[in-house]
Design a protein around this ligand. Structure first.
Ligand code: PEP
Ligand code: MN
Length: 358
């Protein structure tokens, strides 16, 4: 089999178990996925960075032998996670085509640097970098730079969006925070962006929705966890799909073209874009007026030596706007987010006014 070329196929579909557990589980899962003809790369973790010690930490080198059996049998390239120099050297010795840096590793510049240095000079292997656990774009971009600086060709590097750790309540295991991805994509417009619905969702029912959303947002592929007997998996049992369900899901995702040349499409789109530009200009004109009114309030409060934050008033504003916007097709979450952003700016304007030296 020749060198795996990142970008040669779009969408790129990577699937396989969270962890290689036994020879039978690895080979059987991979064979069922491969037979469908819908999967381009087989994945499996052989070194597992687990949040809690005492859980299954990976089978190690024997897993690479099973993956090589899969590769020989199916002709598909194989992908594993690496977290240090020993992993990289071992994976390369076993002819692994794609290495990925996990979310717990991308957060550590020391670990990423060690991986980058141990790859020095290798122009064959593909490296996919998962987003760091924390929503910090610079950590992610820093990992790309470290690899490039150590000589990994930029065309051999891809990105995986697996969601971000979040302290609040969420239906997702790692909420996607799509805006972070838009930022990363604007920094690396030509770099493959692959969605990992399994680690975003953490459970089966949400997988299709996230995968379709990734396709709608023009991602370049998916990496999905699949296991012959998901409920009995030694890691990430609740999010893995049987090979059959995985293939059905892949078949149901509709991929969109990056763009179209049809003149009707172009003119309809341009018209909507002009409307959006006009509405945005009006929105910000109104916001500017609102901030000027906030400053005026600041001056009135200052003259009367009254505190800026009047929590009753803030609660009234929220209540009033939530009731006014009901039926406008805006989600409550969106209305609250916008109001909070306006409120923060408004308080900072009043703060400036009140503390200005005469
Ligand atoms: C994995 O892919 O199995 C994995 C451990 O992912 P992440 O680094 O995204 O948690
Ligand atoms: Mn996993």
């Amino acid at each position: 089999m020749g060198k795996f070329v990142l970008g040669a196929k779009r969408p790129l579909i990577i699937a396989g178990p969270c962890s290689a557990e036994t020879r039978e589980q690895t080979v059987e899962t991979a064979m069922q996925l491969a037979r469908s003809g819908r999967v381009d790369v087989i994945r499996a973790g052989v070194w597992k960075p687990r949040t809690l010690p005492g859980t299954f930490e990976g089978i190690g080198e024997p897993g690479l032998e099973w993956l090589n059996e899969v590769k020989a049998e199916t002709g598909l390239p194989i992908a594993v996670e690496v977290a240090n120099r020993a992993h990289v050297e071992c994976a390369l010795r076993h002819g692994v085509d794609i290495l990925w840096i996990g979310a717990r590793t991308t957060v550590s510049p020391f670990a990423v640097q060690e991986i980058a240095e141990s790859l020095h000079g290798n122009t064959d292997v593909t490296v996919l970098i998962k987003n760091p656990m924390v929503p910090d774009i610079n950590l992610w971009a820093g990992a790309v730079s470290r690899l490039v600086k150590e000589g990994v060709p930029v065309e051999n590097i891809g990105l995986i969006h697996r969601g971000f750790s979040y302290f609040g309540r969420s239906k997702y295991r790692n909420p996607p925070m799509w805006h972070m991805i838009f930022e990363m994509r604007s920094r690396y417009p030509d770099m493959m962006m692959i969605c990992d619905p399994s680690h975003i969702c953490g459970c089966r029912p949400l997988l299709y929705g996230i995968s379709q959303q990734a396709a709608d947002l023009c991602y370049d592929g998916l990496i999905i966890e699949s296991h012959i007997d998901p409920d009995k998996a030694w890691s990430d049992a609740s999010q893995q799909l049987t090979p059959q369900d995985c293939i059905t899901m892949i078949d149901n995702v509709m991929w969109r073209a990056k763009t179209a040349t049809d003149p009707e499409y172009t003119s309809e789109l341009n018209l909507c874009r002009q409307q959006i530009d006009q509405i945005d200009a009006e929105l910000f004109e109104l916001l500017s007026q609102r901030m000027k009114t906030s400053e005026k309030i600041g001056r009135i409060k200052k003259a009367n030596n009254v505190a800026i934050l009047q929590s009753n008033r803030w609660e009234d504003i929220c209540r009033r706007m939530l009731s006014l916007t009901r039926g406008m097709g805006l989600s409550e979450e969106f209305v609250r987010t916008v109001l909070e952003a306006i409120h923060i700016e408004s308080i900072s304007r009043q703060n400036e006014v009140m503390n200005k030296q005469k």
